[in-house]
Ligand binder design. Structure first.
Ligand SMILES: Cc1ncc(COP(=O)(O)O)c(C=O)c1O
Length: 416
C-alpha cells in the first residue's frame, strides 16, 4: 500500500514553510528530522495541562505521572520489550556514557571489548573510556571497503571467553549500511558478553525488535524519529540484574527510577510518545492497518509503508546520480542491495569540496550536511576526517520532487 505522501507531508507543519518563496528541501534527517504536528501538540498539552513533578495527589501531578507511564508503554512497544526495560534520557550519547561505568564495573585486566569501525562515536567513546578506566583491551570489527558490510566472518577471531561487551550500530549514519546486529548479538551471547546496539539511524526507518535482535542495550533518539530532543534506552532484565543502580537514596529501586536519576522531561516523554503514534498512524494512512489495532501492529504497518516509500526515493536518487559526472558514493549503490541500507547517502563530487557543495545547496534552500557527522571511525577508514563529504538522507516525508530538486542542483554543480 503506497503512502499518501501529500497527507503525510501535511502532518509536518515545518514542511509548509518557505523562504523568499522558495520551499525548504529537508535532506538533513540523519542529523535530525522535522517534527510531526501531533508531537508539538502533545508537548504543548504537557506543559500547559500537566506542568508538575509526578508523585503528588493533585491534578497536574497525576497528569504528569500518566504522561510518563503512557510514554514508557509506547517506548516498550517501539522496542518490543517489557515496560520495566525502558528509560528516557537527554540523548543517546549521554545515555551510553551513563551506562558505560555501570556495565564496566566488574571488568578486569585481561578482559576485552569489541567495537566497530563503522559506528558513530556515541557508540565508541563511552566504551573506550570505560575500557581505559578498567584496563581492558579494545578490539575493532572492520568493514569491507567493497561491500560496505561489517566483516562478520572475523567475529570468531575477535570474540572469546574474556569478551565482556560488544557494541554495534544497527544502521550507519555515514555509509547507510544496515548491519546484521542479530548475528553480532548472538556471537556476544555465546560468551556471556553484554550486547549493545545503537539504533539511532535505524529507528526512523525500520521496525525495531529487541526480542528478535537479542541485545541487552538499545538506544534510539526521538529527534531522529520525528519527535523532540530526547532519547530512549532499552535495558534487558538480564543486564539490569548484573549492574548496580544509578539512583539517589530516596528514589524507588524499581525501573525506571533505578537507572534514570532525577526528574525526567515529561514534555519530551509526551512528544516521544506522540512521535511513536505518528509512525503507527502511517500504517493507517497507507490503508494497511485498522486504527484500533494494537500499537505494535500499527507500528509494523507504518514502518513497512515508510520503508517502501523510502526505497522508491533511494532508487530514484541512485539512478539520477549515475548521470552526474565525478560522483563517489561511500555506500551501497547496487539497486539489488537496497534492502541492506537506509536512504542515507554520503558522497563526494570531484573538483568540489563538501563545504562548497553543502553551501551551494543551502543557498537553494536544500538542507544537506557536510563533514563526517561524528562518524569518527568510518571517516578515518576513508581518510575523510579533514575534507569530509556531503550527506543527504531521505525519510518518509520526502517526496520525489525533493529528489529531483537535489539531482538538478548536483548536476549543475558538477557542470560548473
Ligand atoms: C548512529 C548515531 N548514533 C548516535 C548518535 C548520537 O545521538 P545523540 O545526539 O542522541 O546523542 C547519532 C547522531 O547523529 C547517530 O547518528
Amino acid at each position: 500500500m503506497p503512502l499518501p505522501i501529500e497527507t503525510v507531508r501535511a502532518a509536518f507543519p515545518a514542511l509548509a514553510l518557505a523562504d523568499e518563496g522558495r520551499p525548504r528541501v529537508y535532506l538533513d534527517a540523519p542529523a535530525g528530522t522535522q517534527v510531526a504536528g501531533r508531537v508539538v501538540e502533545a508537548m504543548s498539552h504537557a506543559m500547559i495541562r500537566a506542568c508538575a513533578n509526578d508523585g503528588g495527589l493533585f491534578r497536574t501531578s497525576r497528569a504528569a505521572g500518566a504522561i510518563a507511564e503512557a510514554a514508557i508503554a509506547s517506548a516498550a512497544a517501539f522496542f518490543n520489550c517489557a515496560e520495566d526495560e525502558v528509560i528516557f534520557g537527554l540523548n543517546t550519547t549521554s545515555l551510553f556514557f551513563q551506562m558505560a561505568p555501570l556495565i564496566a564495573h566488574d571488568w578486569r585486566a585481561g578482559d576485552n571489548i569489541l567495537l566497530t569501525r563503522m559506528d558513530h562515536d556515541a557508540n565508541v567513546s563511552p566504551w573506550l573510556q570505560a575500557a581505559a578506566a578498567r584496563g581492558v583491551e579494545v578490539r575493532f570489527l572492520e568493514w569491507d571497503r567493497e561491500t560496505f558490510a561489517l566483516k562478520l566472518d572475523t567475529l570468531p577471531d575477535l570474540i572469546d571467553a574474556r569478551t565482556r561487551a560488544v557494541a554495534v550500530g544497527h544502521a550507519s549514519n555515514f555509509l547507510g549500511t544496515i548491519n546484521d546486529v542479530a548475528a553480532v548479538c548472538a556471537a556476544a551471547r555465546t560468551v556471556g558478553a553484554v550486547s549493545i546496539v545503537d539504533a539511532v539511524q535505524s529507528a526512523p526507518h525500520l521496525l525495531l525488535d529487541v526480542a528478535a535482535i537479542g541485545c541487552d542495550l538499545m538506544a534510539a533518539s526521538a529527534y531522529k524519529f520525528f519527535g523532540p530532543h530526547a532519547a530512549i534506552l532499552f535495558i534487558s532484565k538480564r543486564l539490569q540484574s548484573i549492574i548496580p543502580p544509578l539512583k539517589v537514596r530516596p528514589s524507588a529501586d524499581v525501573m525506571p527510577t533505578r537507572l534514570s536519576p532525577g526528574t525526567p522531561s515529561f514534555e519530551a516523554m509526551a512528544g516521544t510518545a506522540a512521535a511513536i503514534d505518528h509512525l503507527a498512524w502511517l500504517g493507517e494512512a497507507a490503508g494497511a492497518v485498522a486504527a484500533d489495532a494494537p500499537l505494535r501492529q500499527r507500528l509494523a504497518a507504518g514502518m513497512a509503508a515508510a520503508q517502501a516509500h523510502e526505497l522508491d526515493l533511494a532508487r530514484q536518487f541512485l539512478s539520477g546520480l549515475t548521470g552526474i559526472r565525478g560522483v563517489t558514493l561511500h555506500g551501497i549503490a547496487n539497486p539489488n542491495r537496497l534492502h541492506e541500507r537506509v536512504a542515507t547517502f554520503t558522497f563526494e563530487l570531484a573538483g568540489h569540496s563538501a563545504d562548497s557543495i553543502a553551501g551551494t545547496l543551502a543557498a537553494q534552500n536544500i538542507y544537506a550536511w557536510n563533514g563526517y557527522y561524528y562518524a569518527w571511525e568510518p571517516a578515518g577508514v576513508l581518510g575523510l576526517r579533514t575534507r569530509g563529504a556531503v550527506r543527504v538522507g531521505f525519510t518518509h516525508y520526502n517526496n520525489s520532487a525533493d529528489v529531483d530538486t537535489l539531482l538538478a542542483e548536483l548536476a549543475a554543480i558538477a557542470r560548473a
